[in-house]
Design a protein around this ligand. Structure first.
Ligand code: C5P
Length: 370
């Protein structure tokens, strides 16, 4: 909370970029390890992780929003120390608490239900994708988000793209295609069955990945990411509500789709009650995954508010390099020429897409926007 409250001062442009890149790379590595390192029977529930992510993100956003309510923010010593912020947080029943609640339950809060649903679907699909693909292939294919974000921006926000940007999107799809084809063939990484020794010889198990299922999930996640991102941008830019209030609304609406699969899932034979079942097999790696996801969600919100999607795209493309290097050391990822060609094409396309607008002619998908 302290980090995000004081982020205006400590978060420089470069800090945001590097933080998001490291977070992206760390998330894919830790999430992948948390899924493949234990036999399926001893694995935690992704639905619980998605729910926990929303509860924690919403609670932290609520505390930040509370610290920004005028009566609290005006406390002169409030920004100076962590203790100052804790002391400044008012208790339920005080004026700042109720004025914040009024903001959260404003008449237009329903608008956040659409990105909330999309983000829950996306966060769930991410678990399917990362369990069935090598980390580096997942990261490269996930770059298709840029393509879907551009398409939804043109369709919904009536944005215009230069010919250079369209060309770079074409290269992006080409690069993803190259990585995809050779990963499906089992050419790179460990797309085939993966052997992981856990603890003792007794725990030894084989984690079988299904690249087709992984690519299907990541492709769908790219669509939800693009649509949710553009919709969130639309809601933010069309109102004056505080970003953290919007984040609380987003998390509140996310609780419904995040809870549904848990309520309707089959209870285990040796059920120990709802809460204990929810956190069954929730070990250190599962908590680390949720922690990095929560942090990432909050950093994404800060990046959207104080910077833009261009910076976000750059950060994720940087994370490809980080995940790739980490995969070589941690998961015995095998470097093949076609992976290098595909990944380089994606990186170059991302760089090209993020170039400031030049003098090139503008082309558009629809005649009304040209
Ligand atoms: O990959 P992408 O940038 O679309 O991922 C966005 C992630 O950040 C999602 O996990 C989403 O839940 C989270 N997010 C958030 N708050 C926002 C926007 C995104 O927690 N305001």
């Amino acid at each position: 909370v302290y980090f995000f409250v004081t982020s205006d001062q400590v978060f420089t442009l470069q800090n945001r970029l590097v933080t998001l890149a490291v977070q992206n790379a760390a998330l894919s590595i830790v999430m992948h390890y948390s899924r493949v390192s234990t036999p399926p029977a001893l694995s935690y529930s992704p639905a619980s992780a998605v729910l926990l992510n929303e509860i924690l993100k919403g609670s932290i956003s609520f505390l930040i929003a509370l610290s920004r309510v005028r009566e609290v923010a005006e406390t002169p010593w409030h920004r100076k120390s962590l203790w100052g912020i804790v002391c400044a947080l008012p208790y339920p029943g005080t004026k700042p608490f109720w004025s914040l609640c009024a903001d959260i339950f404003s008449p237009d809060c329903w608008k956040l239900s659409i990105p909330a649903l999309l983000y829950v679907v996306q966060n769930s699909l991410q678990f399917v994708a990362i369990s069935n693909l090598p980390v580096a292939s997942f990261q490269v294919t996930y770059q298709m988000k840029i393509l879907t974000t551009a398409a939804f921006s043109v369709a919904l926000l009536r944005k215009r793209l230069s010919s250079t940007k369209w060309l770079s999107l074409l290269f992006l799809a080409l690069g993803v295609g190259i990585v995809q084809i050779q990963t499906s063939d089992g050419g790179a990484g460990h797309a085939g069955p993966k052997h992981t020794t856990v603890g003792s010889a007794h725990d030894f198990h084989v984690h079988v990945m299904n690249p087709m299922k992984g690519f299907g999930a990541v492709t769908l996640a790219c669509f939800t990411s693009g649509l949710a991102g553009v919709y969130f941008e639309m809601v933010l830019k069309n109102s004056r509500a505080d970003l953290w209030v919007r984040n609380v609304q987003l998390s509140l609406f996310s609780l419904i789709p995040a809870l549904l699969p848990i309520i309707y899932s089959e209870r285990p034979a040796n059920s120990q009650g709802f809460l204990l079942d929810l956190f069954r097999n929730f070990g250190a790696w599962a908590w680390a995954t949720v922690g990095i996801q929560v942090f990432g969600g909050l950093v994404t919100a800060v990046v959207i508010k104080y910077s833009d999607n261009i910076l976000k795209g750059f950060a994720t493309s940087l994370s490809i390099v980080l995940s790739f290097l980490a995969s070589v050391f941690l998961f015995d990822f095998r470097i093949t020429p076609s992976f290098v060609i595909g990944a380089s094409t994606v990186l170059s396309a991302t760089w090209m897409y993020n170039q400031p607008p030049g003098k090139e002619p503008i082309i558009s998908l629809s005649s009304t926007t040209s």
